[in-house]
Structures are given as C-alpha cells and as structure tokens.
Design a protein around this ligand. Structure first.
Ligand SMILES: [Zn+2]
Length: 327
C-alpha cells in the first residue's frame, strides 16, 4: 500500500469511528431497539445489558480465499489463519450475523468479545467438499474447522452471503452444501441472485433479485431461511424498504439485518445507535496486508473499554419477549 492510500484509509477510518468515544457514555442510558425494517423506527425498551455489553463488536468481511495473487478483496490461507490466531489470542468468540441481530449471546463465554465472520459472493474457495462429502481442509470453512479442532473453545461458525450458484455448485449439490452448512451451525445469508448494483434496478427488479435468492435458500433449508442480507457492492436500492421484505418465486422473504461494506466495528445491538438494517463491516484482505483488520483490532486492543465484553450470564440477557428472536 502506498503512503498516500494508507493516509487516505486512516482518514476514512477516523471519520468512521462509529463506536469510538460513545460506547462508554451510552452505558448510562436505557438501550432501545431502533430502525427495524429500515422504515419508521420504533423504540422498544429492553432490559439493561449486563456489564460491558454496550461495547463494539467487529463484523469481518471476507471475499475470495485464494492461494496466490490476491486482489483487493482477497485473502490468502496464511493471512486467514493468522487472523483466526489473533482473534483467538485476543479473546474473540465467533457468532453469526443473525445472532448479533437477535442479540443472542448465550454462546459467548464471560469475558469474551463476539466477532462475526462473514463471507460474500459464495466463491469456491470459501466452501468446498471432497468426494466423500467432507469439508475440504484448504477452503475457508476447512481452515476454520482445523483451527477449531486445535482450539475447541473457538467455534467454527460463520455467515455465508450467497448468490445463485453458491460455491460454484449447481443442482442437488447446492442443496447438499446448504444443508451441510446449516448442520455445522453456519448461517446462510442473502447476497442477491445475480449480484447487481441494486440502485440501478426498479423496485420490482430489486425485489426479484432478493426474493429469488431467498427462495433458493428456502427450498434447500426451509428450517433456516435467510434472515440477513449483505448489500452487493455495498450499494442500497432506491427504495430501501425492499430490503426488509417482499416476495418472488411465490415465496415471501424477510430480512432482519442488512450488512454494509465498510468501515469499522459495529455498535452493540444493545446500544441506542445500533441499526440492524445498516451493520458496518471491517474489510479483510491480504492484498494490503490486512490493513483495515489490523487497524481496528489494534484500536480495540488499545481501547478495551470500547469492546463488547460478554457477561456470560444468560439470565441478564434480554428475555425472548423483548428480543428479535421471536421474529
Ligand atoms: Zn459481493
């Protein structure tokens, strides 16, 4: 990375410190749920989270996993392994995007900070199977599973934002892959049917793009419909309400969370400024030496008071009557 682009990144990073300096002060205020559906937000008081659960949560954005010549959004296996090692060393604990949106932290031990690992575009290097149907060890999920085998308290869960031919598969292989991912505890999210720039589409076209992909997931794993969406190219449609719900292929869809491209850690879902329909992500790429990941991990390590620290006490978490889990 050139000095110029590094300065530009740091400027952008400073401008996007969505959490810096506000998580602590917010601890004195009653948390609320806001912004659901992307339209008129309603504000529902929820029980006060325990301890440090108003702090920030990193949501990591990955794209292709490639062994050589990584592009701007790509990651090499070596960098990905190093990323996992750092997360583990610094007491992060993987959850899925839907867990963040639903404020479900019951899997996170006391003292740990949740982290969400996301993968966009469903490229073959992310998820692959050998001839016996086992997860290939050199794909991103395989690397995550290998890390989990060596560190059993670091779960191998992630959210995969897929398009119409997930992981280069077709036909019955798609169903098999999605069923397997669901069995492994991973989340399948919506990245639209053909990855368009949603702003260039009519409302009906945008609804079809989201709905057709949702229908694909519904057919494969009806017990786990896609409930979060990552915006292709990070671009919003002209009518953002189309993100929250609609229908296509005879199937209704509903999204409880929308993930952005960039740029910084996410507010705690207990924080008053958390918007589930605009969840920022941290770009992970070995192309630039994982600069953005390193910047934010360094920042949170230097400012531990800004980090979400799980209480590990489910009795103090919001009850099901007030959380998103019923939706
Ligand atoms: Zn994408």
């Amino acid at each position: 990375m050139t000095g110029l682009s590094r300065r530009r990144f740091l400027t952008l990073a400073a401008a996007s410190t969505v959490v810096a300096g506000c998580a602590d002060t917010a601890a004195d205020t009653a948390p609320v749920v806001t912004g659901q559906g992307g339209t008129a937000p309603h504000r529902t008081p929820v029980p006060r989270p325990a301890g440090r659960e108003l702090g920030a949560i990193p949501v990591l954005m990955h794209h292709r996993l490639v062994a050589s010549s990584p592009g701007t959004y790509d990651m090499t296996p070596a960098f990905f392994r190093a990323e996992l090692a750092r997360l583990y060393r610094e007491n992060y604990h993987p959850i899925r995007a839907i867990d963040l949106v639903r404020r479900n932290f019951t899997s996170v031990p006391a003292g740990k900070t949740p982290v969400v690992l996301t993968f966009d575009d469903s490229t073959p290097g992310q998820v692959a199977f050998d001839s016996a149907g086992r997860v290939a060890p050199d794909c991103a999920l395989g690397i995550l599973q290998t890390f989990h085998a060596a560190h059993p308290d670091f779960p191998a869960v992630a959210t995969f934002y897929i398009n119409r031919r997930p992981f280069g598969l077709s036909g019955a292989d798609v169903t098999r892959a999605l069923v397997r991912l669901n069995q492994l505890g991973c989340e399948i999210g919506n990245h639209t049917w053909s990855h368009p720039n949603l702003r260039t589409l009519t409302r009906a076209q945008a609804e079809a793009e989201i709905g057709k992909l949702a229908a694909l997931v519904n057919r494969a794993i009806p017990q786990a419909p896609a409930r979060t969406l990552a915006l292709p190219l990070g671009v919003h449609p002209r009518d953002p309400a189309v993100l929250a719900g609609g229908a296509a292929d005879g199937t209704a869809y509903r999204n409880l969370g929308v993930l952005l491209v960039g740029a910084g850690p996410c507010h705690s879902p207990f924080h008053r400024d958390f918007d589930p329909m605009a969840i920022p992500r941290i770009r992970c790429s070995s192309h630039d030496g994982d600069l953005e990941f390193t910047y934010w991990l360094d920042h949170l390590a230097a400012h531990p008071s800004q980090k979400f620290i799980a209480s590990g006490n489910p009795s103090q978490a919001p009850s099901s009557s007030t959380t998103a889990s019923r939706r």
